[in-house]
Design a protein around this ligand. Structure first.
Ligand code: ADP
Ligand code: MG
Length: 600
């Protein structure tokens, strides 16, 4: 069954499907539509967001209701006003060739009298948010006693939002013998409970694996101090110049605050939350769709069901209280066959939540570093260079060219390029030259690997004479072993050999990698060492962590007075002091000599 014809839909609907350009039914449509057309049954359907659930219940409902009757026969409950309107519009599209069809949306924040008037004209289908629906029932402005089909759309979210009581109340005004169709992205136990309570032997269909996020989405987390959250957000935005993102906050207040700060700081940002008027929300959504807003800061509730396809990044400014909610958030990106990134900014106390999320989404997070100032300058510069390169010449400027050329008469192309790009670069450079490293090592307190004893010390047969110092060796190891920045520590470089340490759980990986590894034409040999690394880890760990810090005075001081520094190293580091150019040279020679990464 891979056409809509095969599903048993009537001509009016097929015509609309054709008009809309739908060619193949989605999985949930292919499964649900024939069942719902053929049988009067209850149904539980689990499918991710963006899989076409609206049509999965919309088509069967449209085909089954009596168009020539004015009785309300179908009731669809959905969690938010936005979704409610979205579903109503979709249904109107699907039913545009169905003569006599009247679909009415009922939701809070708009005139109840207007909505009642629409209902009174004879609505076969009502799409409603639970709160307003309950209101209208108690005022006897709707009659749902003849309902034959009821849909609980985004059931998990409605329950998350505390609509359980309202739903119970509403359904008590509907007849026993109706069919109930429940659609949900996830199946937390609350949804199972409601299914049990309101449904009779529902047929269950699951599309894809339960609770699994889209394959198109990769998941990253960034560990920072809680107080650096906002700075981290800005860096993530700066490091992705073409970002088109939803930034999730936990509360309306934070949402508003973060959006305001971003706007103040010159970003194309907007807030979306429940304290805004409908009109404000519509304006924000319109600006977002038009990409005038690049960063939409939103609460979970307000962002639910946002149907915008090319979101590149979802940023979890704060993790949601409910882990399930993470699935919804990350489902905002990676839609319509595109790839997306879901980023999480976490503080140390939240790191363990990442593990729980990994279990639920059955995918691993990649721990990433917040880019440092120079990395961002580089990204911005290259992004500008690419933009300039791809820009089509606008010949309106021709008439000014003479004067411009005159001005640059004595400037060589080389010089001109340098000047041109300096305009943009200097802006970022000035901002970022005093910036700090925002990254926190996962173990900077408490479970420091060096203290736990659960580490492995290795011997490696390269050293100073091979051109390594501890920074270079650490970077080299991290890179070839594909480890995180804190996975290799206590790197101690001697003349012709060195030592380093990892957590013991990495031992197998490290040794396996080096069984047959050649670098610059010679075998690099790694063995487990008896030397446990005598110095306490504290001083060295801090030094490692401080490597990328720029002008972080207090730490710099602590660092150079560290007892564990060898005299040699101390003088070297303090001579680097706060001098910027030197600092960035150090970076280039250690970390950044790799070719430019292309960032997305
Ligand atoms: P869900 O409710 O599962 O999140 P929607 O019903 O909102 O998904 O559908 C997401 C988008 O996909 C909508 O824009 C819808 O018009 C479109 N869509 C639905 N079914 C199809 C299909 N069979 N072919 C192409 N596009 C579809
Ligand atoms: Mg939906």
């Amino acid at each position: 069954m891979n056409t809509f014809q095969d599903l048993g839909l009537n001509q009016d609907l097929l015509q609309a499907i054709n008009d809309m350009g739908f060619v193949t039914p989605s999985d949930v449509q292919a499964q649900a539509i024939p069942i719902l057309l053929d049988q009067d049954t209850d149904l539980v359907a689990l499918a991710q967001t963006g899989t076409g659930k609206t049509a999965a219940f919309g088509f069967p409902m449209l085909q089954k209701i009596q168009m020539d009757s004015r009785t309300t026969q179908g009731l669809i409950l959905s969690p938010t006003r936005e979704l409610c309107l979205q579903i109503t519009n979709e249904l109107k599209q699907y039913g545009k060739h169905c003569k006599g069809l009247h679909v009415v949306a009922i939701y809070g924040g708009a005139s109840i009298t207007e909505q009642a008037k629409e209902v009174k004209k004879g609505a076969q289908i009502i799409v409603a948010t639970p709160g307003r629906m309950k209101d209208m029932i108690s005022r006897r402005l709707v009659n749902i006693s003849k309902i034959e089909y009821s849909v609980l759309d985004e059931a998990d979210e409605m329950l998350n939002m505390g609509f359980y009581e309202d739903i119970t109340d509403i359904l008590s005004h509907t007849p026993q013998e109706k069919s109930t169709w429940l659609f949900s992205a996830t199946m937390p136990k609350e949804v199972a409970t409601i299914a049990k309570k309101f449904m009779h032997q529902p047929i269950e269909i699951t599309v894809g694996t339960k609770n699994v996020g889209s394959d198109q989405v990769s998941h990253e987390y960034y560990l920072v101090n809680a107080r650096d959250r906002y700075l981290a957000l800005k860096r993530l935005a700066d490091a992705n110049p073409d970002i088109f993102s939803v930034v999730f906050c936990r509360t309306k207040r934070d949402t508003q605050k973060v959006a305001e700060k971003l706007i103040e700081d010159g970003y194309n940002a907007g807030a979306l939350h429940g304290d805004l008027s409908q009109n404000q929300r519509d304006l924000v959504m319109k600006a977002f769709r038009n990409k005038q807003i690049q960063m939409l800061v939103a609460t979970d509730v307000a962002a639910r069901g946002i149907d915008v396809d090319d979101i590149t990044h979802v940023i979890n400014y704060q993790l949601p209280d409910e882990i399930e909610t993470y699935t919804h958030r990350s489902g905002r990106t990676g839609r319509a066959g595109k790839t997306g990134v879901s980023m999480v900014i976490v503080s140390k106390s939240e790191v363990r939540k990442i593990k729980s999320i990994e279990r639920i989404i059955k995918k691993d997070f990649v721990k990433k570093d917040i880019p440092n100032g120079m990395e961002i300058c580089e990204v911005q510069l290259m992004s500008l260079a690419n933009k300039v390169h791809n820009t089509e010449v606008n010949h309106e400027i021709d008439k000014y060219l003479d004067s411009i050329n005159q001005l640059f008469d004595d400037t060589s192309k080389d010089e001109l390029i340098k000047k041109f790009f300096s305009v943009e670069f200097t802006r970022f450079f000035n901002y970022y030259q005093k910036s700090h490293d925002l990254n926190v090592s996962a173990d900077a307190s408490g479970n420091r690997p060096g203290d736990s004893g659960d580490n492995t010390r290795y011997f490696i047969n390269v050293g100073k004479k091979d051109g390594y110092d501890w920074m270079k060796l650490k970077d080299f190891l991290k890179e070839i072993l594909e480890l995180g920045r804190d996975d290799v520590f206590k790197v101690d470089v001697k003349e012709s050999f060195s030592f380093f340490t990892t957590e013991s759980k990495l031992q197998e990986k490290v040794l396996a990698f080096f069984t047959d590894f050649k670098h610059n034409g010679r075998f690099v040999n790694v063995e487990v060492s008896e030397d446990k690394g005598r110095s306490t880890s504290r001083g060295k760990r801090r030094r490692d962590g401080g490597k990328r810090r720029r002008d972080d005075k207090p730490r710099g001081d602590r660092r150079s007075s560290s007892k564990n520094d060898s005299g040699n190293r101390r003088s070297r580091r303090s001579s680097e002091g706060g001098s910027k150019p030197r600092r960035s040279e150090t970076r280039t020679s250690s970390g950044s000599s790799r070719p430019r990464r292309s960032r997305r």
